[in-house]
Write a protein that binds this ligand. Structure first.
Ligand SMILES: NC(=O)c1ccc[n+]([C@@H]2O[C@H](COP(=O)([O-])OP(=O)(O)OC[C@H]3O[C@@H](n4cnc5c(N)ncnc54)[C@H](OP(=O)(O)O)[C@@H]3O)[C@@H](O)[C@H]2O)c1
Length: 235
């Protein structure tokens, strides 16, 4: 049996680009999200990670799959919910909704799948520039992205000796629906965000997918934070 890639949020953007590359490399590729993955050959387990029952049902089916599989697994925690909110007005229910997708969903998958993953596997977190810094107006997302940094570091320590590696891949401004929605589809803002790095453009989803694939194939980076942002201008 060959390698398996399990990606959350491969219905669009970075996840879909990574799914396409895993397919090209001969992996069995499974997407976990509400919508189907547009890439031919990818199987979608329709899941709302904000819904505990839905997440647990999917995990139980994935666990049966992994028990029958023999090859290494690349588990990519990529799905995220981003709200526009602030530290002084966010309702608990909104913070919980973001944490459900961006943190608890990861925990359910880890708890179910990590015990079944053989050596040579990897668990990769797609964080953000906002895993290590903050900007105004994205409070719950920033809280969750910092939590993912902690989860990745704890994963490295807790899996010591199992020959399963981990990393946090932190995209900068990447041209996906999440970014477009966040800026209200304003081309002027998108272009000015693109100018905030050394290359004067947005990162392409495929460039982050390249990093994800590379990270899976290079266990030496175990425990690392990898930024993919074309060199952001610091203020
Ligand atoms: N784009 C950027 O500028 C940027 C920058 C830094 C970090 N990132 C990170 O990159 C990752 C991928 O985002 P993207 O930019 O590629 O955005 P995207 O195209 O909007 O993709 C987001 C994915 O998350 C999934 N998702 C959201 N809520 C979900 C839920 N409740 N249950 C299951 N899946 C859910 C979506 O699937 P469904 O809607 O089908 O459920 C979708 O596939 C995220 O972790 C994001 O934080 C992006």
């Amino acid at each position: 049996m060959g390698p398996t890639a399990i990606l959350t949020g491969a219905s669009s953007g970075i996840g879909a680009a990574a799914a396409a590359q895993f397919v090209e490399q001969g992996f069995t590729v499974i997407n976990v999200s509400r919508r189907d993955c547009p890439v031919a050959g990818v199987e979608t387990y329709s899941t709302d990670l904000a819904d505990d029952t839905s997440a647990k049902q999917t995990c139980s089916v994935l666990a049966s799959r992994l028990r029958d599989a023999e090859g290494p697994v690349c588990l990519v925690h990529n799905a995220s919910l981003m709200l526009k909110d602030r530290c002084d007005t966010t309702e608990d229910a909104d913070l919980l909704r973001v944490l459900a997708v961006n943190v608890i969903g990861i925990n359910v998958l880890n708890r179910t799948l990590l015990p079944l993953m053989p050596k040579g596997s990897s668990v990769l977190y797609v964080g953000s520039t906002l895993s290590e810094k903050a900007v105004a107006g994205a409070y719950s997302y920033i809280v969750s992205k910092h939590a993912q940094l902690g989860m990745m570091r704890a994963t490295c320590q807790d899996l010591m000796g199992r020959e399963i590696h981990t990393a946090l891949i932190c995209p900068g401004f990447t041209d996906t629906s999440m970014l477009r929605q966040h800026v209200g589809h304003d081309e002027g803002i998108l272009s000015s965000l693109g100018e905030m790095n050394s290359f004067g453009r947005l990162v392409a989803p495929g460039e982050i997918a390249d990093l994800i694939l590379w990270a899976h194939h290079h266990p030496v980076i175990n425990g690392s934070v990898m930024h993919g942002n074309l060199g952001q201008v610091e203020h």
